[in-house]
Design a protein around this ligand. Structure first.
Ligand SMILES: [Zn+2]
Length: 437
C-alpha cells in the first residue's frame, strides 16, 4: 500500500506535466504557423521564383543603386514588394507614349525604397499612379510641377523628371522619393487605408525633433536642406527624405539628430542598407537613477500570483524529488524535461531572430506582443515586464547587429531581489526610463 499511493500520485503528476507540455507545444505551434508559412514562402518559393526576378530585377540591377546595395535576402523582399505594389495600383498616362514595365517597376521601387523598413508599404489610399512625359503647368499653383500627390488618391509623376532624379543619385533632388514621402505622410495624416502604425505613431516625435530646423529654414536662414523645405512641414519632410537617401553622410554630419530619428521613423539607415543598429549615445547614470527607482516600484506593485505557475512549480519539484529517489524515474523525468527545454529554446530562438532596427518602445511592444509594461533605456534596449504562459517574467532586450536578443528572467518581487536587479542593471549601464506615461 505505501508503495502504490506515491506511484499513483507520480503518474498523475507526470500525466499533467505531459499535458502542460502538449499545451505549451500547441500554443507555440499555433502562434508560429503563420510566421513559419511566410518564412518558408519567403526563403523557398520566392527565392526560386525566376519569373519575378526576370520581370522586375532586370530594370533594377545596376540601374537602381539602392537595390544594388541590398543583400540577397533583402533583394527578394524588395522584389516581392515591388510586385505587390504594381499589382495593387492602376497605372494611367497623360500623353502620347506607352507605359512600360520599366516605368512601373522603377516607380514602384521608389515607393518601396522609402517604405522598405516599414510593415505597410502599399499606400492603400492611393489607387492610381498617373505618369506624364514631362513636367506640367498647374493652374492651381501657377507653377510647373514634376509630380504631386492629390487628396483624391492619385500620385502624379513626370517621367522625365523621375529619371533625372535617379540619374544623379547624390544631388538630393529626386521627385520619385519626394512624392512617395508625401504619399506616406498623407496616408497617416488622413488616417485612412492601411497606413503604417509605427510610422504614424513616431511621426510627431520626429517632427518635434526636427521643428527647430524647420523654423530655421522657414525663416530663410541657411540650412543643409534646400530652401524648398521651408515651404511648409509637408515639404520639409519630403525634402528630408530626398536628402536622407541621396546624401546620407552629409545629412548625418550636419543634422545628426534629425537623421538619427529619420532612421527610426523609416526603420532604415541608407548608410547601412542591411540595417545595422545605430547606437545611441549613453546617458548620464545619475540623471536617471530616481526614475529607475520609481519604475521598479511600479513593477513591484503590478505583481499578481499566478496559480497556474505555482501548480507546475509543484509538478517540477515532485519530478526532481523522484529523480533523487529512484534512478529509473530520474531518467524518465529527464526525458520529460528535455522537450520542455526545447520548447523554451524554440521560442527564444524565434524571438531573437526578429529583424528590427527601431530602438523604440512601440516597436519592441510590437515584437513582443504579450509584454505589459516596458521600460526603455539607452545603449542596451529595454527592460520589459509581462506575463507569459504560467507566470510573470522580466525580459532584458538587447539590440545587437540589427537583431533583438532577449534574456528572460522569472518574475521576482521581494525588495531584496529588486535591489539585486537594480544593481545588475546599473552595473551594465542600463538606465530605466518609464515610457508608459
Ligand atoms: Zn512636395
Amino acid at each position: 500500500m505505501p508503495d502504490t499511493i506515491p506511484n499513483i500520485i507520480f503518474i498523475v503528476l507526470v500525466l499533467s506535466f505531459l499535458g502542460y507540455i502538449l499545451y505549451g507545444f500547441s500554443l507555440i505551434i499555433i502562434s508560429n504557423i503563420k510566421k513559419l508559412r511566410s518564412f518558408t514562402l519567403f526563403h523557398f518559393y520566392h527565392g526560386i521564383n525566376k519569373t519575378m526576378k526576370n520581370n522586375y530585377e532586370i530594370y533594377l540591377l545596376n540601374k537602381f543603386s539602392y537595390y544594388d546595395k541590398l543583400s540577397f535576402q533583402m533583394r527578394i523582399k524588395f522584389l516581392l514588394r515591388v510586385k505587390n505594389f504594381i499589382t495593387d495600383k492602376s497605372f494611367e498616362k497623360k500623353g502620347d507614349f506607352e507605359i512600360t514595365d520599366e516605368m512601373k517597376t522603377l516607380i514602384a521601387a521608389s515607393a518601396i525604397q522609402v517604405t522598405f523598413g516599414l510593415d505597410s508599404y502599399k499606400f492603400d489610399y492611393f489607387e492610381t499612379i498617373v505618369i506624364l512625359p514631362d513636367s506640367y503647368y498647374s493652374n492651381l499653383t501657377n507653377h510647373y510641377h514634376m509630380g504631386e500627390v492629390s487628396l483624391n488618391g492619385v500620385i502624379i509623376i513626370s517621367w522625365k523628371d523621375f529619371i533625372n532624379g535617379y540619374s544623379n543619385p547624390s544631388d538630393t533632388y529626386n521627385v520619385g522619393l519626394h512624392e512617395m514621402a508625401h504619399a506616406l505622410d498623407f496616408e497617416q495624416k488622413l488616417d485612412d487605408g492601411d497606413f503604417d502604425f509605427y510610422f504614424g505613431n513616431y511621426f510627431d516625435k520626429w517632427a518635434l525633433i526636427a521643428k527647430a530646423e524647420y523654423e530655421n529654414i522657414h525663416n530663410e536662414r541657411a540650412s543643409f536642406l534646400r530652401k524648398y523645405a521651408g515651404t511648409n512641414e509637408r515639404e520639409f519632410f519630403a525634402v528630408c527624405v530626398e536628402s536622407f537617401f541621396e546624401a546620407p553622410e552629409q545629412f548625418k554630419e550636419k543634422l545628426p539628430q534629425i537623421y538619427h530619428h529619420l532612421c527610426i521613423l523609416l526603420n532604415q539607415d541608407p548608410m547601412n542598407v542591411d540595417f545595422k543598429l545605430i547606437q545611441q549615445p549613453k546617458r548620464n547614470i545619475e540623471e536617471l537613477t530616481s526614475e529607475m527607482q520609481s519604475s521598479l516600484e511600479l513593477f513591484n506593485s503590478g505583481f499578481k500570483i499566478k496559480p497556474f505557475s505555482i501548480f507546475f512549480s509543484l509538478v517540477m519539484f515532485s519530478l526532481v524529488f523522484y529523480q533523487f529517489s529512484t534512478a529509473k524515474l530520474g531518467l524518465y523525468s529527464f526525458i520529460i524535461i528535455i522537450p520542455f527545454i526545447i520548447i523554451i529554446s524554440i521560442d527564444t530562438i524565434h524571438n531573437s531572430n526578429r529583424f528590427i532596427l527601431f530602438n523604440d518602445i512601440m516597436v519592441i511592444k510590437n515584437a513582443f506582443g504579450r509584454i505589459k509594461n516596458i521600460y526603455s533605456f539607452d545603449d542596451l534596449v529595454a527592460v520589459a515586464f509581462g506575463y507569459n504562459r504560467g507566470g510573470g517574467y522580466i525580459s532584458i532586450l538587447v539590440l545587437d547587429k540589427g537583431k533583438i536578443h532577449r534574456n528572460v528572467y522569472s518574475y521576482i518581487t521581494s525588495d531584496e531581489n529588486i535591489n539585486k536587479l537594480k544593481e545588475l542593471l546599473t552595473k551594465n549601464n542600463i538606465i530605466v526610463k518609464d515610457d508608459n506615461q
